[in-house]
Design a protein around this ligand. Sequence first.
Ligand code: GLN
Ligand code: ZN
Length: 752
Amino acid sequence: MSIAHNLGFPRIGVHRELKRMVESYWKGTLERESLLEQARALRQRHWQLQADAGLAMLPVGDFAWYDHVLDHSLMFGVVPERFGAGDPLDLYFRMARGRAPSGQDALACEMTKWFDTNYHYIVPEFSATQTFTLAATPLLEQMSEAQALGHPVRPVLLGPVSYLWLGKSRSGDRLDLLEDLLEVYAELLDRLRAAGAEWVQIDEPVLVQDLSAAWQEAFRQACRKLAGQGPKRLLCTYFGGLEENLALVLESPMEGLHLDRVRGKDALPRVLEGIGADMVLSLGVVDGRNIWRCDLDAALRELQTTHQALGERLWVGPSCSLLHVPVDLQAETGLDAELQSWLAFATQKLDEIATLARLLEGGTAADQQYLEGSRAALRSRQASPRTHNAEVRARIAAITPQMYRRQSPYPERAARQRAQLQLPAFPTTTIGSFPQTAEIRRARRSYKNNELGEAEYRQQLQAEISKTIKVQEELGLDVLVHGEAERNDMVEYFGEQLAGFAFTSNGWVQSYGSRCVKPPVIYGDVSRPQPMTVDWIRYAQAQTDKPVKGMLTGPITILCWSFCRNDLERAEVCRQIALALRDEVQDLEQAGTPMIQIDEPAIREGLPLRRSRWQAYLDWAVQCFRLSACPVRDDTQIHTHMCYSEFNDIIRAIAELDADVITIESARSGMELLEVFRDFHYPNDIGPGVYDIHSPLVPETGQIRSLLEQAAERIPAERLWVNPDCGLKTRDWPETRAALANMVAAARALRG
Ligand code: GLN
Ligand code: ZN
């Protein structure tokens, strides 16, 4: 019979146990022995769950204290010199976050996004004299823990090509390290075999991206080197199709291949034709990136064709590791029963996988019943009036090209805005949020729990806004903000007020290390029942004669940071959000707001993994932003803000947003951003962030001034704004005041 298997289970625990234990350990309130014991118990629970669900092999190595890529760095001895040696676990935590209960503090390793997910990994840092040494004990220990449960286990490794590809070398080509790295992989495979692994899972997600000839060759070399003595190898690809890399993979001497059948569209007949005579083919038909129940009939159709060709050589799995979905729907208390019946979290997905495998052979009576239940849920979702709003559909159908355009081109608008706003040269502003103090958080929490009445809550927040406005006036800033005290999170705040969104009570997903996020669920057509920000902004504007910016999260960012419905194109969902925001923009203008900022920090992370699909995405993303931003008069100034770096390769699309002003992160990279303006003439106003808000250090006036002078070499001074890199909500008031005072002083010096 075809086996059911899993590529990885979320490691955080249904109640975020992993977060609790490591944070207590970092604080010194949990002993090492208890930490190890709690982690063992957590792993055991997850394995037991998978075994009980009927999965054939237990994945080992999907657990990580902080991040699985970092586990590999420690396993291969890729430890930058600045960390020295010391206790291995604390060394691991120092690399992740700069600090641990023992050992010297050091600058933490860089962290970045794992492909197109919202999970962040610790970037391997290769030195000029990098060598590799194997330290396999932690993995081998976990293997024996899992084996003790009496089930076959399968170690999970990040493959050598992906590992190198994800790393950074300060000197030279990473590929020069391949040969040495393959030696330790080979040694590791031998050890795993000796420890009783029949199969090993080798993840090579880079194969769903565009690979140069050199990287393709690296993959061939790795396959040759790792053939032979070790366990049988299941090559795992996910997050997309293989496309032109399919031939490369089919030629490679592997014992098994896993394909993502949710995001990948490689033609199955081609795969079946090319697959080796003894090779296993694993089809990832259950979505590991989203929370909707699987359409079992559609999955079965795909599986059955393959089953006819391959018989038992077909395996059934999730599209990718279940790391990217919450642990267990049973723990939900926040959703209504109907919506809940449409969803499957990691634990439920295990049942879907196991049932599909059994149904290939007809299944039991219980399986048939499960199938019926699943069909009923799908039908209820398809027919539900909650997912479909005729008014929204009609508005989308009635969008005209005019709605994507401002009334006049930027130069005319800029002239009107200048006349209207009367700002000095090098105008100073901030990105939106001000320090979120304990009192603010407390007020929000009490209000949410109905312990604080509407009127008192409003009063408290208004007092906070007045204070924030006053501070900004004292500092001499030119364009003020209300401070965002009412927002817990820049997406959640809007999602909670939009129709078509739902919020889980416990749907946590790991973002990085011990940090988890609870993405909103977009289940239906999106609309805005009433204004979302207007009262706060109107109140703020009434406190001052200086202009106050209205503050919104943009449609692309709201989309990217949510679990999106899978029954409507992402572009369509984004357009619906854009229309809702368009209404808000209009209401803000009507309330007398002279400037409106629409934040799009996530625009870059929405980029598809394949270059060839970038343009199509950028086209609709730009359209959606403009749909939100364009209903206003010429003299209303539209701002946008972007951060999380690396905008250089999408700068044209950023210019096409046609925002009057963009504030953009750049201080952290030492104004690397400015490089792009050598060849590309950015047409509108721009404020490259002049200091890094992620650091508690107060920037000096001279330092800021010199960054601005640097910027003025590339961007005409009359189009330059002065602002920090990002919002200030994570900072405290004293450092915020000091930093902004220096920033204003630098702008004034330049005006002189
Ligand atoms: N306006 C938001 C803030 O200042 C922007 C946050 C962001 O860019 N991530 O907090
Ligand atoms: Zn930002």
